[in-house]
Write a protein that binds this ligand. Structure first.
Ligand code: ARG
Length: 464
């Protein structure tokens, strides 16, 4: 056990207590962030004259060597250290001696860990943005290709009105656009540097917090040292964004599972994204979509868990906060994986446009259009609604669709029906005549697709 704080203790820590308290098994993944933060701190300490330039140089070299040695497998992170911060400091002192002992001047693990987590989250926010962007590009391709692929739209999982596949996918596109902007938002809010907050009350050393913030690419230092060490809003915001993204992926997965079923047959998942059964040779199961749906619970759990952990904690740092790590790491890893797997799954699936169209023609999805037809012939909407209701009953009795009836039969129900009814309620008209903003008609859909195109192009341009 290599501890930073043995001085005031007269007994060894109980082994179970040590293990319970330690975080090295999971916070070792913060090693690159910890080293980066320490390098900025040492650079600033030298700039304000707290350490010499020689000490700074030897610290910087030592820190670089530690990272390189761990990366190349020459140095192994072991549970002999309490956490990643102790591991780095102890190793640094082993390598460079007394200069290493000065690194922690004017710093506490409380501001150090807050910095490491912000740096980690900043990186993960960008990684998530990249994955959402790739998914949005797949959705955009599907939208472009399927303006005229008709399918039933549902409410209450009952066929309602026809839409296009492009329009249905466009709904998810809007969700992921919001997810993307949420990630951008989180980045803006979290990008302030807690380093220099110390344990909770700053420090008497003349630390230049503006300088460390700038060295680490932050927009500035955080403004209250107590808040700096006890704030975990950025983790909660990220978990909340992940939970929302997972909710979107989960709803989409549910639809993929339905569409891929024998009963719907709207799509077929690629063999590479399906799995078999150990007993039923005919099976090809949508396990990936089911797992994405299932893992959503796990990400919600992380959000609920961290919110609950934080709710009773008095200011400032308390060890409860160490719980943020495993929850955040797991939820972020899960969301990243799901985004990528889901993207692969939908970019390789096959569409069965004919089956979708046949399905859209059944179930009276054109009943609203039939009522609107009568309205255009001068019948008040409420009366038209009643007439078409009776017409549907008549059709149900005959096991026919509205379009299957002869003009005589239609006129028997209402004299306003004319020859032009068949065109007015055809599947094509039902979709393509819906041209208000946001509707499935090709005119507004093309406008949305054009907007998406410039939005995606702008995002894909390398900002460098
Ligand atoms: N492992 C700790 C955490 O993750 C680091 C901070 C420890 N600070 C302390 N005062 N014990 O929160």
């Amino acid at each position: 056990m290599a501890q930073l704080w043995g001085g005031r203790f007269t007994k060894e820590t109980d082994k179970l207590v040590y293990d319970f308290n330690a975080s090295i098994s999971f916070d070792q993944r913060l090693l690159p962030q910890d080293i980066r933060g320490s390098k900025a701190h040492a650079t600033m300490l030298a700039a304000v004259g707290v350490i010499t330039n020689e000490e700074r140089d030897s610290i910087l070299q030592g820190l670089d060597d530690i990272l390189a040695d761990v990366t190349d497998g020459r140095l192994v992170v072991t549970t002999e250290y309490e956490d990643v911060h102790s591991f780095v400091e102890a190793n640094l002192i082993d390598r460079i001696g007394d200069a290493g002992k000065k690194l922690h001047t004017g710093r506490s693990r409380n501001d150090q860990v807050a910095l490491d987590m912000r740096l980690y989250i900043r990186g993960e926010v960008s990684d998530l943005e990249e994955r959402v962007l790739l998914l949005m590009k797949t959705l955009q391709d599907l939208m472009k290709e399927n303006l005229h692929t008709y399918m039933p739209g549902f409410t209450h999982l009952q066929k309602a009105q026809p839409v296009s596949f492009s329009h249905h996918i466009g709904a998810y596109m809007e969700m992921f656009k919001r997810d993307f902007s949420r990630l951008k938002d989180i980045y803006r809010r979290l990008n302030y540097c807690p380093l220099g907050a110390g344990a909770l009350a700053g420090t008497t050393y003349p630390l230049d917090r503006e300088m460390t913030a700038e060295l680490l690419g932050f927009d500035g230092p955080t403004l209250n040292s107590m808040d700096s060490v006890s704030d975990r809003d950025y983790c909660i915001e990220l978990l909340s964004a992940c939970a929302t993204m997972m909710m979107h992926l989960s709803r989409f997965s549910e639809e993929i599972i339905l569409w891929n079923s024998n009963e719907y047959g709207f799509i077929e998942l690629d063999d590479a994204y399906s799995t078999g059964s150990s007993i039923m040779p005919q099976k090809k199961n949508p396990d990936i979509a089911e797992l994405v749906r299932g893992k959503t619970g796990r990400v919600y759990g992380a959000l609920t868990s961290l919110l609950t952990t934080m709710k009773g904690i008095p200011l400032a740092y308390n060890k409860d906060m160490q719980e943020d790590k495993e929850l955040t790491f797991d939820a972020v890893d899960t969301t990243k994986n799901c985004l990528t797997l889901f993207n692969g799954m939908i970019s390789t699936m096959q569409l069965h446009a004919d089956t979708m169209a046949v399905s859209a023609m059944k179930g009276f999805t054109n009943a609203t259009d039939a009522a609107d037809y009568l309205v255009k012939k001068g019948v008040p909407f409420r009366d038209a609604h009643g007439i078409i209701g009776r017409l549907v009953l008549y059709c149900l009795d005959k096991n026919a669709a509205i379009d299957d009836l002869s003009l005589d039969e239609l006129k028997g129900i209402d004299p306003h029906f004319e020859d032009d009814i068949y065109d007015a309620i055809s599947l094509k008209t039902c979709v393509e005549a819906r041209n208000t903003i946001g509707a499935p008609g090709p005119v507004p859909m093309q406008k949305v697709i054009d907007r998406n195109e410039s939005f995606l192009k702008e995002l894909s341009v390398d900002p460098a």
